[in-house]
Design a protein around this ligand. Structure first.
Ligand SMILES: Nc1ncnc2c1ncn2[C@@H]1O[C@H](COP(=O)(O)OP(=O)(O)OP(=O)(O)O)[C@@H](O)[C@H]1O
Length: 506
């Protein structure tokens, strides 16, 4: 057997009582695409941080190209030939592509420009070096991040959930790039929750559960059910089905909403109309950056309408255009924002305090003071019901793994028993088992009469959840399409703005 590019033996890392990685063995072969799979909190990101020198292991050995290695920093990892593209991009929006790259890669501007173009051609990562980052799509931004890593000549490139930010059309293109990189001699470590994707391009998969390795397999020899079982330790629960319901009262109505945001980089909305009734789930599909965050801010009350705009947004039959977020919540509205660390939770605060942020009306405060016992009970219930893996209610929100924090925020909002629930990207970063639990919960709530609005980039998710779907493209919303009478390709055409003349679409 050829010498592995990277070998880990007995790697362990604990944070206080939490054993995030325990005695991990991993071999990454040269020229291979190697998946790291596991449910939320299984220890995937921790392991990548140890490999990239962000953290030091408590125990164990790392061997890189046959030589023992102890990395003290990411800069040292890059010098050795290890690169990493994080889930959250780290580009400055007001700078150009080349200016962003110059911050990390030394060299003359003209030479860098040439290298960006050459790498772009070679690996299918074309991007204009002089473009400003704010003008680029998410897919293009990701290409810039990958190019920037490639410019340090890595032998191993780590990608943390790279497809979760991409529209479906771009996923294929990224895979093509990854295969070209592999064939060009780079090994890739890929974290993903999407089992079919892993089966499509990975040569090897290591599965983690509870910080330990539970499988090391060729993913092409196992179906998605097998892989899911290794990840979650049991079979996937069957999805629950929607009961036939119709004609509930209108809980959200938007009528011909036009909005010109103050931010020059934001997307203006025009003529947006929708309604969500009790006992119904409406989904908003679309590639991110088409007005989703602007629409979400207008619905949640983070952005209020101008004085002259009346009769545009109704909740529970009230014109709420001039209501702030708290006033809307008082009407029975709850909201899970896409950005869980920036808006959904305060990372430095404990889970109990994070519960209070939105759940305080459930008598968790009395005369301005925290009712500690009630707040603890609420938080513990949320942790139990939504299977949030954490050391307990006093854990800081920022120490939870991404998916577990998402489960906590979704749980907290559902526990408010709202009349109208708005969830942006309900299962973003959540593992397959927990994602199916969250979806089942949403369908059960719909069956009980809740009105639910979901924004998601994942078509499969919208098809599983929604009674009808509308597509947002360039700030305009398509008419509602009844899910059971609609094919994904039709939604796809609206997503790329080609619905008017489908015969022209390739
Ligand atoms: N800085 C930290 N302090 C305390 N606990 C931490 C810290 N970082 C991670 N953990 C804990 O370590 C465990 C593993 O977390 P990790 O982020 O590696 O999981 P993951 O598999 O990447 O999850 P996800 O799929 O949700 O991103 C979790 O229980 C998490 O709460």
């Amino acid at each position: 057997m050829t010498t592995p590019l990277l070998s880990l033996r007995g790697i362990s890392k604990s944070y206080g009582q939490i054993h995030a990685n325990q005695a991990i063995d991993l071999d990454v072969a040269p020229q291979s695409i190697h998946a790291i799979l596991g449910e939320n909190g299984a220890g995937k990101s921790t392991l990548m941080k140890l490999i990239y020198g962000v953290e030091l292991p408590d125990d164990g050995d790392v061997v890189w190209q046959g030589t023992p290695l102890r990395l003290a920093s990411p800069a040292e990892a890059r010098r050795k030939g290890i690169g990493m593209v994080f889930q959250h991009f780290s580009l400055f929006e007001t700078l150009t592509v080349i200016e962003n790259i110059q911050l990390v890669v030394p060299g003359r501007k003209a030479d860098l420009k040439e290298r960006i173009r050459t790498l772009g051609r070679e690996f299918g990562l074309e991007v204009d070096p002089l473009a400003h980052v704010h003008a680029l799509s998410v897919g293009e931004r990701q290409r810039v991040e990958i190019i920037r890593s490639l410019m340090t000549d890595p032998k191993l490139l780590i990608l943390d959930e790279p497809t979760s930010v991409l529209p479906p059309q771009m996923v294929e293109k990224l895979f093509d790039t990854l295969l070209r990189l592999r064939d060009g001699g780079v090994s890739i470590l890929l974290i993903s929750h999407k089992l079919e994707e892993i089966r499509a391009i990975c040569d090897r998969a290591t599965i983690l559960r509870g910080g330990r390795v539970t499988g090391d397999v060729d993913p092409r020899e196992h179906d998605a059910h097998d892989l899911a079982r290794m990840m979650i330790g049991r079979d996937m629960p069957a999805p629950i089905s929607a009961l036939p319901l119709s004609g509930g009262e209108k809980r959200l109505e938007i009528i011909g909403l036009d909005h010109q945001p103050d931010d020059p980089f934001a997307v203006p909305l025009s003529g947006v109309s929708l309604e969500v009734r009790a006992g119904e789930i409406l989904g908003i599909a679309g590639v991110s950056g088409n007005g989703q965050s602007e629409l979400a801010a207008l619905i949640s009350g983070e952005t209020m309408l101008g004085r002259e705009q009346r009769d545009r947004i109704y909740m529970m039959r009230m014109d709420v255009g001039r209501f702030d977020a708290a006033a809307r919540r008082q009407l029975g509205f709850a909201f899970v924002p896409e950005d869980r660390l920036g808006r959904g939770a305060v990372p430095e605060m404990s889970l109990v305090l994070n519960s209070l942020l939105t759940a305080h009306p459930l008598k968790l405060l009395r005369r301005g003071l925290i009712e500690r016992t009630r707040a603890m009970t609420f938080t513990k219930d949320c942790i139990r019901q939504y299977d949030v893996r954490t050391s307990g209610p006093d854990a800081e929100a920022g120490t939870l793994s991404g998916g577990n924090l998402q489960k906590f925020i979704v749980g907290r909002e559902i526990m408010l028993s709202p009349k109208l629930l708005f969830v942006a990207q309900p299962t973003w970063g959540v593992d397959v088992g927990a994602a199916s639990a969250i979806r089942s919960r949403l369908v059960a709530l719909r069956n009980e009469g809740m009105a639910i609005l979901v924004i998601s980039e994942e078509l499969e998710e919208l098809f599983e959840l929604c009674d009808s779907i509308q597509v947002l493209h360039h700030g305009r919303l398509s008419p509602p399409l009844t899910t059971r009478d609609t094919k994904p390709e039709e939604i796809g055409r609206y997503m790329i703005g080609a619905h008017a003349s489908p015969e022209k679409v390739q």
